[in-house]
Design a protein around this ligand. Structure first.
Ligand code: COA
Length: 177
């Protein structure tokens, strides 16, 4: 396997900063990165560790494990993936168990599909056997990653994005492990 999921650590500090900077420059959505968009990397690392253990969770949040996805050949950070350990109402309707993204300069190489596969293996280890993954109905790439990993469409739900007030439609898929 070309990629691995690991817990974020100081070792990847500079690469995490670059990931964030590139996402801003590209105008990319920060899926599967927790609070990286609004936090500095030091604080984000601490928060990832806390949230994994269910510590200091903001209201309405559930414990979650943040992973970074590393390409083994050159130790490059090529993606991020977050697993929510349980579903609350919001996650059941919209967010799902898994959020993820691929570095802007590493997209369309099959990594999104492969990283989700690795994320599903981690879900299994966490005891999640039925995984909910969602995507915007306009997100062709994400839908393809989900379908390639065995996603079964359940329904679409309307969603108002609090950040921009936009009315979006999310597609919901279940993956049986
Ligand atoms: C969605 C995302 C993770 C996909 O990662 P990726 O590494 O580019 O995905 P893959 O290379 O595995 O591509 C999967 C499929 O989508 C297609 N695809 C990728 N990007 C595409 C695009 N911009 N437009 C159309 N199709 C695209 C690929 O050709 C591939 O199709 P195939 O299976 O028929 O060959 C990545 O685009 C991303 O980080 N987007 C921003 C964050 C995001 O939307 N995350 C998902 C939230 S639900």
């Amino acid at each position: 396997m070309e990629l691995k999921l690991v817990l974020p650590s100081k070792k990847y500090f500079a690469q995490i900063e670059k990931y964030k900077k590139d996402f801003f420059a590209y105008g990319s959505s920060f899926d599967g990165t927790g609070s990286l968009k609004s936090n500095d990397v030091d604080r984000w690392l601490k928060e990832c560790e806390d949230h994994r253990h269910g510590k200091n969770l903001p209201k309405g949040y559930v414990p979650a494990t943040q992973y970074i996805c590393i390409r083994k050949s050159d130790d490059k950070l090529v993606g991020m993936l977050q697993i929510r350990h349980t579903l609350n109402d919001f996650l059941l309707n919209y967010g799902g168990h898994i959020g993820d993204s691929i570095a802007v300069d590493e997209r369309r190489k099959g990594y999104g599909t492969l990283m989700l596969k690795l994320g599903l293996e981690k879900c299994k280890k966490l005891g999640i056997n039925r995984v909910l993954v969602t995507c915007l109905d306009t997100n062709v790439a994400s839908r393809k990653c989900i379908l390639a990993n065995g996603g079964k469409f359940e329904d679409k739900r309307r969603f108002v994005d609090k950040e921009n007030g936009k009315d979006d439609t999310l597609e919901r898929y279940w993956i049986e492990l």
